[in-house]
Design a protein around this ligand. Sequence first.
Ligand SMILES: NC(=O)c1ccc[n+]([C@@H]2O[C@H](COP(=O)([O-])OP(=O)(O)OC[C@H]3O[C@@H](n4cnc5c(N)ncnc54)[C@H](OP(=O)(O)O)[C@@H]3O)[C@@H](O)[C@H]2O)c1
Length: 249
Amino acid sequence: MRIAVAGGTGAVGREIVQRARARGHDVSVIARSAGVDLRTGAGLDAALDGVEAVVDATNVATLRADESAEFFRTASSHLLAAADRAGVRHTLLLSIVGIDENPHGYNAGKVAQEAVYAASAAPWSLVRATQFHEFAGQIAGRARLGPVQLAPRARTQPIAAAAVADHLVGIIEGPPAGRTRDIAGPREERLERMIEAWVRRSGRRGPVVPVSLPGAQMRGMRAGLALPGPGAIRLGPTFDEWLGAVPRG
Ligand SMILES: NC(=O)c1ccc[n+]([C@@H]2O[C@H](COP(=O)([O-])OP(=O)(O)OC[C@H]3O[C@@H](n4cnc5c(N)ncnc54)[C@H](OP(=O)(O)O)[C@@H]3O)[C@@H](O)[C@H]2O)c1
């Protein structure tokens, strides 16, 4: 079937695109770098032409609640309206484990995004995942002070973006299911250790300094509010297994 992947160039989006194509689907990518802007809706109708199913894996890099909420509300509203016009039969949203318990900072935007889906008449499914193994590199890239790498402290049970993508492709191939079971990696990790391991794997030798970032969102993550509940599906590999397969820098 023809599937559109919103955010199809991102950490998880590119894995979804690759897997969907490997399973024989015809995939359309929605991203600014592919000529489609979800903030304005430009290029969206053309990207959804003939599309039966959509996976929403768009993102904004911010810890600010207002910026995050504004982005996700606007982008999801444009996406769902265009999907409705195109006669899309199933839209799947990727969200994050624990956001109800910790609805602060960036997570405020994910709560707002889920609310847009819940209030729409669209046929949708929702999967919440824990942080990706790739999150270590994403955070490392945003937390450098010259030669010093800051490593924010947090508890997480990370999952490989590839495992998330496999799961999502299975869900989008089925009928709309509303909220489905959460997914998580196999074991709990400390984010600061993941960042240090990722930095060393990348070949960097400078200091890596654990820090406790201010703000309710990161405080909540240190308290374990991003960890999965007992009902979550656990999917490997572990962070160390995944990192071992990343080419050395
Ligand atoms: N990262 C994690 O650990 C994690 C864990 C659980 C759930 N999630 C969720 O998974 C989703 C994807 O996260 P990610 O880390 O894979 O994201 P990412 O690597 O930051 O990629 C973001 C994607 O969104 C696209 N995008 C951004 N602004 C856009 C716009 N205005 N119009 C169209 N496309 C736009 C980007 O493409 P362009 O830049 O080309 O526009 C890119 O393809 C997010 O909703 C996030 O909440 C992430």
